[in-house]
Structure formats: structure tokens, C-alpha cells
Design a protein around this ligand. Structure first.
Ligand code: NAP
Length: 543
């Protein structure tokens, strides 16, 4: 094992500075460097932010919080950690998750392995010496056997190329690059562009202080109440009494959380309308993602989903007082085809006298002027604009690094028609390069932290396997990769995710190749990964 803090200074061309370089200090990168150190490997982590946190470092917008319950959206690799840490709310705020990640970093003394304010610009594979050279904007050029990308699925923000943005005389912000000192909206006329999960979380909070808030909505979204609140201490104690058992049960569930589909339960239309309405009412009151398991076929059948969608549309109609505004807020697509949003008082916010909904479904935001936004030919004067316009998901953070594998093949060229990986972990022609929750793995379709831990554990085991057998490189085979790309596509086609445009398929980024990126079936995915290991890493070549 090498000293993790001191790269060796030897000039021998085949020598490495570290066993592994890890890119990104979010949930994935932190656990990866912990795991590498546990296994006796030296590691250097680069992070472009000034501190740890990844998603939770950047997304500091008002109202930012997690949609997965705190007791599940957290690490399980350390029993002491999960017993000691106390979450204050059912769904943790961004600030609390960031405190947690800082605690993890300090508790396990990970910081010495990290370099912040450093953007990795290139990762070039040297076929002769079987090493990666990682270059950064700070001038680093470090050599490592393994290069592990923990760059996240939603890390590259998109601010559409609005004509005139540079002329805007007020302040503008993207929710993903929120000022650390916060933004004071008091006395200001604020415009929010974007009504996905981020917009839906931030709009009610911004409305509380802004003089006036105008929401520019292109597509109405389904959202249901999160029902967040202070942590139920009795429930927490019950979970902590057998945390490992709770985690183990959730691990095999559809989204790696305590959301269980009862296979013996009826299908939607096997029960009366009155019974269905009572069930949906319970889901609405329970909050969270309960609609997805209302009935056995809720997430899979179009007709079942229409039923849920109609119920939620009716709820929006009941909540929003102004009939025209209510109608504009009622989505036309079905509930299960876009990522469901959870909120606190989102639809209620439109009843406030200081909030106006501006429908831009026909023309989009046409232009930005010195004084505001032009939509439907009307100029809306604004002091401040908030863009909650989303991300270049999955591939954005990888494609902006010049990653070159064998024969100097650029990853972004290989992926020009869409990402190609085996299991979202490895791509043929890129030996010893791993992607944590990479394209083709369940990632955002399951509990992200569980997916991250599963990948890091898998990578750790693979490294161990190689060390035991004296292998120098590992790489997905072309055949395994081709088969897997096909499996990812066919699995998505069996769901309702492909029933409308969404960022899972790259539809939100102009010019991006269309194709459903994540693998939809977490329990099956876990079994496939386990089977590959049991079968001497079938689908991977070792040298
Ligand atoms: P998003 O879901 O992609 O939403 C972007 C919004 O911006 C959409 O309403 C989109 O409208 C709008 N938009 C984009 N370009 C526009 C344009 N040129 N003119 C007008 N409107 C435009 O992005 P997000 O809300 O940041 O969420 C992304 C994902 O991050 C979520 O789905 C979720 O997975 C994750 N997230 C999680 C949490 C959480 O756990 N609590 C919170 C926030 C985000 P269209 O729909 O018409 O394209």
C-alpha cells in the first residue's frame, strides 16, 4: 500500500502516482476513496467544487431537499455511522445532507485524499504501460492504474440559449449554481423558468419573500405532497433497532427503498371506482411515492396510470382557486412517464396574490431583454430570473472530459449515438475505467445512495479479484456491451417511461441523441451483477 497523500516521484514511465484517481466528491466519490483505502489502494480524488457534497454542494436553491426518505437516502456501509447520525426530518434538506457528507468525510478522514477547485479535463489511457494519465485545469498530470468516474448523473446544468440573456439588467441564477450566501428576494419581482422537481420545490419558498413571482411554465408537471415533517422518533428507533435488516429488505425492492409492490394485491380495475378513489385518497394523504404502488399494475398499465393521472388532475382543480390557472397546471401526459415530483404546498402557492402563472407552452420563453422575459409577445418586467431548467443528464459530466481509451478512441465519439456500457460500469476499449452509477445502470431510477454503494462494492470486489489473480486490466467485452445496450432499451420499452418526452431519454437537451439511458429494473440488475461475478466476471476481459 502506498501513502495516500504522497505521490511517488519516480520517473520510471510505468510507475504510477496513485493506484486510482477518482473524479467527484459526492456520495459516490466519498465512498469510493473510503473503499479504496480499506482495500489498501492509494487514491487521489479531484473535485471541481470547493468542498465535498456533489449534487448537495451545488443545489442550494430555496426549498432544496431530497425526495427519498432520510433513513434510506444515506450510507449503510458503516453500522456505527447509520446508528449515530440523526436526521431531523423525514426528507432531509440540502443543508442537512451536506452536513452529513461533511461529517462522513471528517469521520473517516477522507479529506487528505482530495483536491478541490480542480476540474479534471482529460483522462488518457497509455496502452503500452497500462496506465491512465489524468490532467486537470490546475496543471496536474497524475498517473494511475484505475480511473473511476464518480461524476454524477445530474451534474451539468443546462441554461438554454435564450436570446438576450446577456443583456438582462437584473440578476439571474441557475438553481444548480446557487450563491452560498443565498439570495434575498424581498421587494423583488422574480421570474422562475422551469417546473420540474427543482422548480416545484423552489417556487413555494421563493413566493414567501418575493414581492411578486411569475412562473414561466412550458409543461405542467404532476406533483404530489411529500408530507415532510420532523423525524418520527419512534419510527427511527424501530428502524435503528434492526437497521441492517431494514436495509437488506429494501435492497431487493423495485427502487431499493421501502416501497413494496404487493404481488398478491389486485390490479387497478379489479376493484370498484369507490375503492380506487379511497386508495388514491390514502396515497395523497400518505405522500411520498405511494401512488406508484397503489395497485399492482399502477406503474405499468397505461389505463391504470390514466386513472391515477385523472385523480391528481382533479386534486389540482380542487386546490387551485382560479379555474384558468388550475387548468394550465393540470398535466396532459400521464403520471408515470416523467420523474414524479414531490412538493410542499406547490399548487397552493398559485392561490397567493403575489404569484402569477405564465403559460409558455406554445412559444417557450421567446427572448430576454434588459428588463425581463418576453413570452407570448408580452414583456414581463423582472428584477431577477431563476432558471430551474435542468441538466444534461448521465453523459454530460463524462463527455466534457477528454477521455481516451485504446487507440486514442474518445469516449464522446464512441458515445456519439448514445452511451454504450456494460452494466453502466465499464465501456469496451476503456480498460480500468469505471463509472459509478454510469449510463446503463439503474442510477436515478432507484435509491441513488444504494446504487452508489452497490457499484463501489462491485468495483472494490473486482479490484480484489484482479489483485488475487495478478491481472493488470479489466474491460467490458464488445459482445456483453452490445447485449446490454439492447437490454436497457427493451426493458424501458416495457414501461410507461417512454410514453412522453423526458430527460431520461435526453429529450431536454437540443441535439442530444435520443435513447432511454438508465436500466429500469433494479432487482433484476442486482441479480445480473451478482451472476456476472459468480461466473468469473462474465462479460469482462482481463489481462
Ligand atoms: P427538469 O426536470 O429537467 O425540469 C426542467 C424544467 O425546465 C422543465 O419544466 C422544462 O420544461 C423547463 N425548461 C427547460 N428548458 C426550457 C425553456 N427553454 N423554456 C421554458 N422552460 C424550459 O429539471 P429539474 O427540475 O432540475 O430536475 C431534474 C431532476 O433532478 C429531477 O427529475 C430529479 O431526478 C432531480 N431532482 C431531485 C430532487 C429531489 O430529490 N428532491 C430535487 C430536484 C431535482 P419542459 O418540461 O417543457 O421541458
Amino acid at each position: 500500500m502506498k501513502d495516500t497523500n504522497a505521490p511517488d516521484s519516480g520517473n520510471h514511465s510505468a510507475r504510477t502516482d496513485f493506484d486510482a484517481v477518482v473524479v467527484g466528491a459526492g456520495f459516490g466519490g466519498l465512498y469510493m476513496v473510503y473503499k479504496l483505502r480499506e482495500l489498501g489502494y492509494s487514491a487521489r480524488l479531484y473535485e471541481l467544487g470547493s468542498d465535498v457534497g456533489g449534487t448537495w454542494y451545488w443545489n442550494r436553491y430555496p426549498g432544496a431537499r431530497c425526495d427519498a426518505p432520510s433513513l434510506q437516502y444515506s450510507y449503510q456501509f458503516s453500522e456505527d455511522l447509520q446508528q449515530d447520525w440523526e436526521w431531523s426530518e423525514t426528507y432531509a434538506s440540502q443543508a442537512e445532507i451536506l452536513r452529513y457528507l461533511n461529517h462522513v468525510t471528517d469521520r473517516f478522514e477522507l479529506r487528505p485524499m482530495m483536491r478541490f477547485d480542480t476540474t479534471v479535463t482529460s483522462a488518457i489511457y497509455d496502452e503500452q504501460h497500462l496506465i491512465w494519465t489524468i490532467g486537470t485545469d490546475q496543471g496536474d498530470r497524475v498517473r494511475a492504474r484505475f480511473c473511476i468516474m464518480a461524476t454524477g448523473c445530474l451534474s451539468v446544468r443546462t441554461t438554454p440559449n435564450f436570446p438576450g440573456l446577456n443583456d438582462f439588467g437584473g440578476e439571474w441564477y441557475h438553481t444548480n449554481a446557487w450563491p452560498h450566501e443565498g439570495v434575498d428576494f424581498r421587494g423583488k419581482i422574480v421570474g422562475v423558468v422551469g417546473t420540474g422537481s427543482t422548480g416545484i420545490q423552489s417556487i413555494p419558498v421563493i413566493a414567501e419573500t418575493a414581492a411578486h413571482l411569475k412562473v414561466f411554465q412550458r409543461t405542467a408537471q404532476f406533483s404530489t405532497p411529500a408530507r415532510n415533517g420532523p423525524m418520527d422518533k419512534v419510527y427511527e428507533a424501530r428502524i435503528k433497532a434492526d437497521y441492517a435488516g431494514f436495509r437488506a429488505r429494501n435492497y431487493r425492492q423495485p427502487v431499493a427503498m421501502d416501497i413494496v409492490i404487493d404481488r398478491s394485491a389486485p390490479k387497478t380495475f379489479e376493484v370498484s371506482e369507490a375503492e380506487r378513489m379511497a386508495t388514491y385518497e390514502r396515497c395523497w394523504e400518505t405522500g411520498g411515492l405511494s401512488f406508484s404502488t397503489a395497485y399492482r399494475d399502477s406503474s405499468l398499465s397505461r389505463a391504470a396510470n390514466d386513472d391515477i393521472s385523472d385523480f391528481i388532475r382533479a386534486k389540482i382543480g380542487e386546490i387551485v382557486v382560479d379555474a384558468d390557472t388550475a387548468r394550465l397546471l393540470q398535466p396532459e401526459h400521464i403520471y408515470a412517464c416523467k420523474r414524479p415530483c414531490l412538493d410542499t404546498n406547490y399548487f397552493e402557492t398559485y392561490n397567493r396574490p403575489n404569484v402569477t402563472l405564465v403559460d409558455v407552452s406554445q412559444t417557450g420563453v421567446e427572448a430576454i431583454t434588459k428588463s425581463g422575459i418576453v413570452a407570448n409577445g408580452v414583456e414581463h418586467e423582472l428584477d431577477c430570473i431563476v432558471f430551474a431548467t435542468g441538466f444534461d443528464a448521465f453523459t454530460g459530466s463524462l463527455n466534457r472530459i477528454d477521455i481516451r481509451g485504446r487507440n486514442k478512441l474518445a469516449l464522446k465519439d464512441k458515445w456519439s449515438a448514445g452511451p454504450r456500457t456494460y452494466l453502466g460500469l465499464s465501456s469496451a476499449a476503456f480498460p480500468n475505467l469505471f463509472t459509478i452509477t454510469g449510463p446503463g445502470s439503474p442510477s436515478v431510477l432507484a435509491n441513488m445512495v444504494v446504487g452508489i454503494e452497490q457499484h463501489v462494492n462491485w468495483i472494490g470486489e473486482c479490484l480484489d479479484y484482479m489483485r488475487t489473480r495478478g491481472y493488470a486490466t479489466v474491460e467490458a467485452t464488445v459482445q456483453a456491451e452490445d447485449d446490454w445496450v439492447e437490454q436497457v432499451r427493451t426493458a424501458a420499452d416495457r414501461t410507461l417511461f417512454t410514453a412522453c418526452d423526458n430527460w431520461y431519454m435526453g429529450a431536454n437537451v437540443p441535439g442530444k441523441p435520443r435513447g432511454f439511458v438508465p436500466y429500469v429494473d433494479w432487482p433484476r440488475y442486482v441479480k445480473i451483477c451478482e451472476a456476472a461475478v459468480d461466473d468469473a466476471y462474465a462479460g469482462f476481459d482481463f489481462t
